[in-house]
Design a protein around this ligand. Structure first.
Ligand code: KG4
Length: 345
């Protein structure tokens, strides 16, 4: 069989509240379209039923746009990579079913992708004109999103071990839930990031958990934040409004301290100084700044993703699909999505 010169992968992501499609050729990005869902804003979190419905509405225009931006048609692709999990089952079903239909119509194989592996491999997406080298192996990845807070030992593109993870809430959840009690809309993470810049991170402090090993916990912080507001609001009903920036700065600092404490420990224990960060919370400006400081202090080689690849996107699904394609790892049309999935699955 002649060696194929170009390998072109269509990636589809629909695990939560972003419908996204991307095309990657030989690891190089050709298009990446993301359609968010405003419908959840007023509910303080993602409503699964509404998310599935919005995916149904968005998926065809998003895929169409991804082909147009890349200047391609379905006959140009070699495989379709889709997010199989973890995520919301109804949302995942939309992407999975669409992938099956297009796979039959275009007569190309399907590749199932683990969403968490996708976040980790976002660092391997190549862009025209950007000669940045990807991380080497092994490296440590701090994966922080709305659903996950993990430290991952990345041994190869498709070989990863979780060496630390949250035992309850994720870091993004801590941002969003504390934001909700301050009356901020969902997702509160980016708003807290903005407000924190105007506040004093030392003025209000919150308890940090003592959890064994490299694991995290954020539910205690949420409770501590809630009790602090409850007590202060008794004395002054305008407490939140008057202190919003300081509350955000204090909360953000506590979350960053918790995340970095375990990451530093993981680097010491494994002797690995090559560090990457991934997931929605990696967009946080305070976290990026503190990671930069620690990298200088500890001689880490640090990889921070472009903003467009931090939150959910199909480019990371397509790049993971590309590495699975190279290994001949395909799935068949009986594939079903999974709400829960380990990074090894
Ligand atoms: O990776 P992602 O898009 O979705 C999941 O797979 O969970 O992450 C979304 C999470 C939300 O919790 C959101 O509040 C948080 O990422 N986030 C941020 C920032 N941007 C997004 N948290 C803090 N600071 C930010 N700038």
């Amino acid at each position: 069989m002649p060696v194929k010169k170009n390998i072109t992968i269509l990636g589809i992501e629909s695990s939560c509240d972003d419908t996204s499609a991307a095309i990657i050729q030989n690891g190089l990005i050709c298009s990446n379209i993301i359609s968010g869902q405003k419908v959840h804003e007023s509910y303080g979190g993602v409503v699964p039923e509404l998310a599935s419905r919005a995916h149904q509405q968005n998926i065809i225009p998003v895929i169409d746009q991804a082909f147009k931006q890349a200047g391609m048609t379905p006959s140009d692709i070699d495989a379709i990579a889709f997010t199989r999990g973890p995520g919301l089952l109804g949302s995942l079903l939309v992407g999975t079913s669409f992938a099956k239909g297009l796979s039959l119509a275009a007569n190309v194989p399907m590749i199932d992708v683990n969403h968490l592996q996708g976040h980790v491999l976002a660092h391997f997406i190549k862009e025209e004109g950007n000669e940045k080298l990807p991380p080497s192996f092994p490296h440590l990845c701090l994966l922080v999103s709305g659903g996950n807070s993990q430290i991952i030992l990345v041994k190869d593109h498709l070989e990863m071990d979780v060496i630390g993870q949250t035992i309850d809430d994720a870091a993004g959840e801590a941002f969003d839930k504390c934001g909700k009690v301050m009356g901020l809309p969902y997702p509160a993470g980016p708003i807290i990031d903005k407000l924190a810049k105007k506040g004093n991170p030392e003025k209000i402090s919150f308890n940090k958990p003592r959890i064994q090993g490299l694991n995290y916990s954020f539910s205690g912080l949420k409770t501590s934040f809630l009790y602090h507001l409850r007590d202060e609001l008794k004395a002054d009903p305008d407490y939140v409004e008057k202190n919003k920036a300081d509350l955000c700065a204090g909360l953000q600092k506590t979350i960053i301290d918790i995340l970095l404490g375990k990451l530093i420990r993981a680097s010491k224990e494994t002797g690995i100084n090559e560090i990457t960060v991934a997931g929605g919370v990696s967009a946080n400006s305070g976290l990026r700044k503190e990671l930069g400081k620690q990298a200088q202090k500890r001689n880490w080689k640090l990889y921070i993703p472009e903003f467009r690849y931090t939150t959910d996107n199909a480019a990371m699904i397509a790049i993971t699909g590309y590495y699975k394609y190279l290994k001949g790892e395909f799935t068949d049309h009986s594939a079903v999505p999974f709400a829960r999935m380990d990074i090894k699955q």
